[in-house]
Design a protein around this ligand. Structure first.
Ligand code: NAD
Ligand code: DAU
Length: 335
């Protein structure tokens, strides 16, 4: 099989390529990545010399480069996106260009070249926010209600992917996943920012009251879900992918991290909240479990610890990215 992975120099995309090359050593992967501030060739270093792997620097909005690659592709896996909510609040335009127009350019080329599958990576954020008091979870039938420029652009991309299925018969699948954590996550995201702050002897910065809830999934479990969907998923279907955490708040996660470093709660710094901050996400992943047999294999406590250890052992990877991440927060006043 020949795969075109877009955004493979980012957090989840690079973990996915590593995962796929290990499990399917005869497949060929081309990674198309623009190398924005979030794309790092250091994340693909360990497999960059694999003879079945090729990197192309380019933009998914550029139909010439996209067509030249897709004409020789069986499966497109679309990770490429502007992915950070805080950046979308500072400047939404790139989010619309990449997440909406870029996806449409990929879909057009996929249709033209008759590819076997277009798998679109999406997010649980397209469904909006749940109440802290409720036990509700997002599922495949939840009505879209995005509330940030990021989630609105991802929602638009999901709709256009489905439109290409219904209108033109393009063989698509979509996954809407919860928050990922693990190695190679940019230190501007909560997990990696908090861990790398603590390694540097600084506090964890907590938005608002810290009582915001996300559904956390170790990144390799996301990769195994995508694998199953590509291999066994039903064309035209959407699959929710979520983790094993039951309503853990940012504050509770920060406390676990602080206690790993044997620090006290003076290392929790509460400050300016995110505009329009979604209170709670929770994902019902019973469909992918019952239909495809997927479930997460990595429990939160152990893999939180292993993730912290990875950042401790791989300063070479995140140190050069830390200043850039903190520049953003100086602008937003979240330092
Ligand atoms: P990331 O920001 O770490 O990586 C995005 C990658 O896309 C980068 O390598 C960047 O250079 C590349 N890119 C951006 N614009 C591009 C363009 N125009 N052309 C080509 N490449 C471009 O993101 P991530 O956290 O790895 O997320 C990957 C995907 O998964 C995104 O679609 C995101 O919406 C989705 N997702 C992320 C999470 C999460 O918790 N991180 C959860 C659910 C879904
Ligand atoms: O739910 C899936 C989404 O998860 C993905 O679609 C996005 O691409 C991904 O970035 C992530 O979005 P979040 O906004 O949930 O992730 P982030 O790491 O930015 O923030 C997680 C929570 O932590 C959120 O409630 C905001 C809070 N936060 C964040 C940072 C950076 C803090 O309290 N302090 C921080 O320093």
């Amino acid at each position: 099989m020949k795969l075109l992975v877009t955004g493979g120099a980012g957090f989840i995309g690079s973990n996915f390529i590593r995962y796929w090359l290990e499990r399917y050593p005869n497949d060929q992967i081309t990674n198309l990545d623009k190398l924005t501030y979030a794309g790092h060739l250091s994340s693909t270093k360990d497999f960059e010399k694999n003879i079945n792997y090729k990197f192309v620097q380019g933009d998914i909005c550029d139909s010439e480069v996209v067509n030249s690659l897709i004409k020789d592709t069986d499966i497109v896996v679309n990770f490429a996106a502007e992915s950070h909510v805080d950046r979308s609040i500072v400047g939404p335009k790139d989010f619309l260009n990449t997440n909406v127009i870029g996806t449409q350019v990929l879909l057009d080329a996929s249709l033209k070249h008759n590819i076997k599958r277009f798998h679109h990576i999406s997010t649980d954020e397209v469904f909006g926010a749940l109440n802290l008091e409720s036990k509700d979870k997002f599922n495949e039938n939840t009505v879209y209600n995005p509330r940030s420029p990021y989630s609105a652009s991802k929602a638009a991309s999901d709709h256009i992917v489905r439109a290409y299925f219904h209108t033109y018969g393009l063989p698509v699948t979509i996954s809407n996943c919860a928050n990922n954590y693990g190695p190679y996550q940019d230190p501007e995201k909560f997990f990696a920012r908090s861990i790398t702050n603590l390694i540097e002897g600084k506090e964890v910065f907590i938005y608002g009251d810290g009582k915001y809830v996300r559904d956390w999934l170790y990144v390799e479990d996301h990769c195994s879900a995508i694998d199953l969907i590509i291999n066994k998923g039903k064309i035209g279907e959407t699959y929710m992918v979520g983790g094993l955490t039951e309503d853990i708040s940012n504050e509770e996660i920060a406390k676990l991290m602080v206690s790993y470093f044997k620090k006290d709660e003076s290392y929790l710094k509460y400050g300016k909240d995110r505009l329009g901050h979604d209170r709670r996400y929770a994902v019902d992943w019973s469909k992918i479990k019952s239909e495809l047999g997927w479930e997460p294999k990595h429990d939160f406590q152990s893999w939180l610890t292993k993730t912290i250890e990875w950042y401790k052992e791989n300063e070479w990877w995140w140190k050069p990215l830390k200043d850039q991440a903190e520049e953003l927060y100086k602008k937003t006043g979240q330092v």
